[in-house]
Design a protein around this ligand. Sequence first.
Ligand code: HEC
Length: 120
Amino acid sequence: MALVNMKALAGLAIGLGLAFFLPLLPAQSDKDSDPPKGDAKAGSMVFEDKCTECHNSDSEETKTGPGLKGVKEGKLPSGRKSNRENILEILTEGRDEMPPFKDVLTEKQKEDVIAFVLTL
Ligand code: HEC
């Protein structure tokens, strides 16, 4: 009899424990699985290394490619919308004298440099 009560109590304690802790778990894992897409600071190093030979970042003046200042205002030099998709496209495919960077940059470097270009 006493043993049965102990079991019932233990079950109740575990049940209460789970009921208390389970709701906390999803909130925490949500937070961890939502990192920012690109890191503009890391992207500025990629830009320095791979893009400045053809692009100014501090003016609209053309080098080999157009200066990229003003991209954050909403438009790329070509007049296309300045968003992640359009920059990713030219990075991947290249255009005219701009070489494709598909195999030159890692996925992360691409996202980082896109984040940086979108701050110019
Ligand atoms: C060898 C020279 C060269 C290099 C290196 C280069 N680009 Fe370009 N880029 C160009 C040229 C030329 C254009 C203009 C293409 C066109 O629209 O005809 C251009 C255009 C662009 C545009 C504007 C696209 C638009 O639609 O207006 C972006 C953004 C860009 N480049 C980003 C980058 C980034 C980021 C890097 C470094 C990873 C880079 N470029 C490296 C030559 C270069």
